[in-house]
Design a protein around this ligand. Structure first.
Ligand code: VG1
Ligand code: CO
Length: 542
């Protein structure tokens, strides 16, 4: 019943910012997925007697991968597998199930916001018993195991029927198929004022949620339509498709352009939102206004007490380093601790587990709290609806009031995608070498005050993570950050993050790119990016 297959290490099975991501075709190469899964088992010691949660965002190869992982977990004598029906689980729902069942961990099949399909991307994320992405110590152990692997084990059992519900047993392993949505939706009801949101919607408030043909469709339908009474058509692109309808399931103004243009139009609904492939990101829009993720995080920090689950207030807040300082201003005003971590949700785990932070967020459209250990797209949407219901004003008014109170941190991220890896690495290496001599130098209209490479000393376990992005602070109250993406699958992606604080009341509603023109000019003068990368401009501006 059990087969041991000889194998050899496959180069490059090193998890990045969020799991191992490769072209789908690479993952479909015989032995590729098997090698990595066996490396997970080996990296964590063993999976014998353990309980794992398993599911994915429904992209191409999702169900085939689940069948393989089931057979390998059975061969490894796992005690129990909890699998989302039809192989579906959003990342936040998987995190919740791990915690709800006291599981030892989970495997989530997703490349998140990367396109899917046979020519797109696939990914595998391993989460630990707290429900969060494996910390670096664990991903390093998994990677190390992948470099010495010599065999993997797989059970010769028939495929399981993923459409059923309930329990079956295969050798020593109990397999339970669970509804992917119910437990998650019920958790949301414990956190937010569903009565107030229901009354808001019943009163004529119009909303639109774009699931981008990815995993959140069924979740949004259950929560927004069935439990909150929104009309059926408020959730669009609600059926998860293996190729996400050919789109990028990335909720930003560029990839969610249909929603974006609807929200900027004359007949726009009051509120618009979208989520990504695996449901952990969010985009928030009001009529005629896009809320940057950094601002959304700050607004939530300032208003979370309006939601019943957060009525006691927040213990502390955390953001990734490139996320704007808007959060820090709220934290300072409200006397909350504020942490800055490297990019990637795994760095929030210790802060959430230890109770140092309740709310976390990233500029890349990720927001979440200690209710789970992942960022959570629908959670952010419900938080916003709760805030709007309790305040009784528009999204635009919430933002204007927020900026009046705290000032505005104009913010933008420019992505240069699939650039030549060597050129991108050289640009970072050269800038790193210059950091010490930058203070006092003038670039375009700005003068460097401070320049450093970000490293993070985890205040809970004392681990040190280095080389997490170059930060240049300008004397004029602006900041520039450069780092290379750790989620791409071809070439390199250079991310350039820019922000500038504005306190003058008359300048709070300018166009962000306009307002950042000085920082953009300084960045170009400092990095000579256009010539070095041979690019006229960024591919994606958010
Ligand atoms: C990107 C984002 C980062 C996010 C990560 C995973 O990483 O910048 O903030 O945590 O994606 O998000 P990178 O290394 O490409 O900049 V998701 O929604 O892929 O799980
Ligand atoms: Co995601």
């Amino acid at each position: 019943m059990m087969k041991t297959i000889s194998t050899v290490p496959i180069e490059g099975q090193k998890p990045g910012t969020s799991g191992l991501r490769k072209k789908t075709q690479v993952f479909m190469t015989p032995g590729y997925l098997e090698n990595f899964i066996q490396s997970i088992w080996n990296g964590i010691g063993s999976v014998q007697g353990k309980t794992l949660v398993l599911g994915g965002d429904g992209r191409f190869f999702n169900t085939e991968a689940i069948q393989t992982i089931v057979k390998m977990a059975v061969a490894a004598r796992a005690a129990r597998l909890i699998i989302g029906q039809n192989g579906l689980l959003s990342t936040p729902a998987a995190s919740h199930l791990i915690r709800l069942h006291g599981a030892d961990g989970g495997i989530i099949l997703s490349a998140s916001h990367n396109p899917g399909g046979s020519e797109g991307d696939f990914g595998v994320k391993f989460n630990t018993a707290n429900g969060g992405p494996a910390p670096e110590s664990v991903t390093e152990a998994i990677y190390a195991a992948s470099t010495t692997i010599s065999e993997y084990e797989i059970a010769e059992i028939p495929d399981i029927d993923l459409s059923l519900s309930g329990k079956t047993r295969h050798m020593e392993t109990e397999i339970e198929l669970v509804d992917p949505v119910t437990d998650y939706a019920t958790l949301m009801e414990t956190l937010f004022d569903f009565d107030a949101i229901r009354a808001l919607i019943a009163g004529g408030f119009r909303l639109r949620f774009d699931a981008m043909h990815a995993v959140t469709g069924p979740y949004a339908r259950e929560i927004l339509v069935n439990r909150l009474g929104a009309p059926d058509d408020c959730v669009v692109n609600a059926t998860p498709l293996p190729d996400f309808g050919g789109g990028h399931p990335d909720p930003n103004p560029v990839w969610a352009h249909a929603l974006m243009s609807e929200m900027m139009g004359d007949t726009a609904p009051d509120f618009g939102a979208a989520s990504d492939g695996d449901g952990d990101r969010n985009m928030i829009l009001g009529r005629g206004i896009y809320v940057t993720p950094s601002d959304s995080l700050a607004v939530i920090a300032a208003n979370a007490h309006l939601a019943p689950g957060y009525a006691k207030g927040l213990a502390g807040v955390a953001r990734s380093m490139p996320t704007s300082c808007a959060l820090d201003r709220v934290a300072k005003a409200r006397g909350m601790a504020c942490f800055a971590t490297p990019t990637g949700w795994k760095f929030f785990g210790n802060l959430l587990d230890s109770g140092k932070a309740t709310l976390c967020g990233e500029e890349s459209a990720g927001t979440g709290s200690d209710h789970i250990r992942e960022k959570d797209g629908l959670w952010a949407v419900l938080m916003w609806l709760n805030i709007l219901a309790r305040k009784g004003v528009s999204v635009n008014q919430v933002m204007v009031d927020h900026w009046r109170e705290f000032g505005r941190d104009y913010y933008s991220r420019h992505d240069y995608e699939e650039v030549d890896s060597e050129a991108a690495n050289a640009l970072i290496t050269d800038l790193r070498a210059q950091l010490g001599s930058l203070p006092g130098q003038v670039f375009g209209p700005l003068t460097v005050a401070r320049a450093e490479e970000f490293s993070y000393l985890d205040p809970v376990d004392g681990s040190l993570t280095q080389k997490q992005g170059l930060q240049i602070h300008f004397a004029e109250g602006a900041r520039l950050v450069l780092r290379l993406s750790g989620t791409g699958t071809s070439g390199a992606t250079l991310r350039v993050y820019m922000e500038r604080h504005e306190a003058r009341a008359e300048d709070l509603t300018r166009d962000a790119q306009d307002s950042l023109s000085d920082v953009i000019a300084a960045m170009q003068a400092l990095t000579e990016l256009k010539t070095r990368l041979n690019r006229e401009g960024p591919d994606v501006v958010t």
